[in-house]
Design a binder for this molecule. Structure first.
Ligand code: BGC
Length: 245
């Protein structure tokens, strides 16, 4: 079965039909740049453009980089504040002309990893963390998601964790891998203190460079592995959510 998935990110909005049996894109994805500022109307136009590229009709799953409850976007840490309390399901559904399912971006990536990637078959508490512009989180207990956990906003030594340990922080402050790994370790130790997971899955673009920083993280008890689906996890997870998986 195929369902359309769209991933709304800070720099790009990308989407493709997803083959839900394989957990992979059924066609090459289409990407447009995220408008700045990333207002609801501006982003909705881009989502419509991505979907329109494929001449798609049918259910669509869409990720959003903030809290989403019942199709309403509740927070907007790294996008335009106009998203707060927007009925995004109605807005986007009207623009793409069909039913849409909207969920948090890290939750979507986590759903995909738990079925087709690094979390396949894993029981107990598994925490996916996406280290990108912000830090996204998805907690699974015996494979079941606890949505909208927002662990990127935990306070760490007087700072918001995502301002210190995201990929954006590493790039903005031009940190060495060693320095940044030290910060990521502190963050993981804090999350471990709270939840004692068996497994951390580290996602975001930086998961492709896992060998540069994961070996430097030695004090965390839980197993730590890079995400396997990498760039397409959000698109695949969005489609899975729209299919009710
Ligand atoms: C947002 C989360 C999101 C994460 C990654 C955070 O700033 O609050 O909802 O999952 O960034 O995009």
């Amino acid at each position: 079965m195929e369902i359309f998935g769209v991933d709304i990110g800070g720099s790009g909005i990308k989407g493709a039909p997803v083959d839900l049996d394989r957990g992979d894109l059924a066609r090459e994805r289409h990407k447009v740049l995220t408008p700045q500022p990333a207002t609801p109307q501006g982003v909705a136009g881009c989502v419509a453009e991505v979907v329109g590229h494929f001449d798609w009709s049918g259910p669509i799953g869409i990720t959003f980089p903030g809290v989403v409850t019942d199709g309403v976007t509740r927070t907007a840490a790294n996008v335009d504040k106009g998203w707060i309390d927007t009925d995004a399901a109605a807005l986007l559904g009207e623009r793409v002309g069909g039913p849409v399912t909207i969920l948090n971006d890290a939750d979507a990536a986590g759903i995909a990893e738990m079925t087709f990637g690094a979390g396949r078959g894993r029981k107990g508490t598994v925490i996916m963390l996406t280290l990108g512009t912000g830090i996204g989180s998805a907690i699974f207990v015996d494979g079941r998601l606890v949505p909208n956990t927002e662990l990127g906003h935990l306070e760490l030594h007087g700072h918001e964790a995502e301002k210190r340990a995201s990929t954006k922080a590493r790039e903005d402050e031009d940190l060495s891998w060693q320095h940044w790994a030290h910060r990521v370790q502190k963050y993981l130790l804090h999350v471990e203190m709270l939840f004692s997971p068996e497994l951390f899955i580290i996602g975001g673009g930086v998961s492709r460079k896992a060998e540069k920083f994961l070996p430097l993280i030695e004090k965390v008890r839980a197993e730590i592995v890079p995400a396997e689906l990498q760039n397409n996890a959000g698109i695949v997870g969005a489609a899975m959510a729209a299919a009710g998986k």
